[in-house]
Design a binder for this molecule. Structure first.
Ligand code: G3P
Ligand code: MG
Length: 246
């Protein structure tokens, strides 16, 4: 893909198997493990602050309750986002996007920035998150790759940050993937690894796309995907895959 020096392995939500996902500790752990790029999920708090978080609700990965988008930053800041994973991570906070970008860029990592929002919230989330990212991401570093399941988020990204690469992210690859990828000006396609049969990967490569698969935690599977032409995989255990990535 033009201009993007993709690594073969991207740390999923940081290094989600060995540090709490989407936390500063997780991003630093990924850097320690030798990862070149990480992926994170960004959403908006109730008061429109972009924060790094995967789920719709707070319960699984914090000691809070309720929906993230209905919770103001002042409350999110009080939550513990590490103890659920391991008591050794107690005190880890749910990071703002600004804090995460500073840590990630500071560690010299590349970034896949996934805008996590439903269609109704996608435009707003992408617009606000990308304004923060534009301010904080060092201009002399390769820009983040912006991906989303939300079409409204991709359309907003194309409008507000047209020169940053966009990834068309789908759980199931639609019949008309080529048309959709073109519509949103995407240069990569990201999907579940089970969707990436070799013939389909070939067609995507012939269409000029970079192809990324998630979530790949097994070396044999990673090898097969790379062999089929997949450019990069998102992994919770990047250290495993890095031992065989060329
Ligand atoms: O961006 C790739 C992958 O993270 C998409 O799925 O649910 O882990 O955000 P999810
Ligand atoms: Mg994600």
């Amino acid at each position: 893909m033009d201009g993007v020096d993709l690594p073969r392995v991207i740390g999923h939500r940081g290094a989600a198997a060995t540090a709490p996902e989407n936390t500063l500790a997780g991003f630093l752990q990924a850097a320690r493990l030798g990862v070149r790029w990480v992926e994170l999920d960004v959403q908006l708090s109730a008061d429109d602050v972009p924060v790094v978080f995967h789920d719709d609700r707070l319960e699984r990965t914090t000691d809070g309750h309720g929906r993230l988008v209905e919770t103001p930053l002042s409350v999110l800041r009080q939550l513990d986002a590490g103890a659920w994973f391991d008591p050794g991570f107690r005190g880890e906070r749910l990071p703002t996007l600004a804090e995460a970008l500073t840590a990630i860029a500071g560690a010299g990592l590349g970034l896949c920035l996934e805008v996590k929002a439903d269609e109704a919230w996608g435009e707003r989330t992408a617009r606000i998150a990308l304004a923060t990212a534009r301010q904080l991401w060092p201009a002399d570093r390769p820009p983040p790759m912006v991906s989303s399941f939300s079409r409204s988020a991709l359309a907003a990204a194309a409008r507000v940050q047209p020169d940053w690469p966009r990834g068309f992210l789908v759980d199931t690859v639609p019949e008309d993937w080529a048309d959709q990828v073109r519509r949103y000006g995407c240069t990569s396609l990201h999907t579940r690894h089970g969707e990436l049969a070799p013939a389909r990967v070939r067609a995507m490569k012939e269409a000029g796309l970079a192809v990324l698969g998630y979530t790949v935690n097994d070396c044999e599977l990673a090898q097969a995907l790379w062999g089929a032409g997949v450019d990069a995989v998102f992994s919770d255990y990047p250290e495993r895959l890095l031992t065989i990535a060329r």
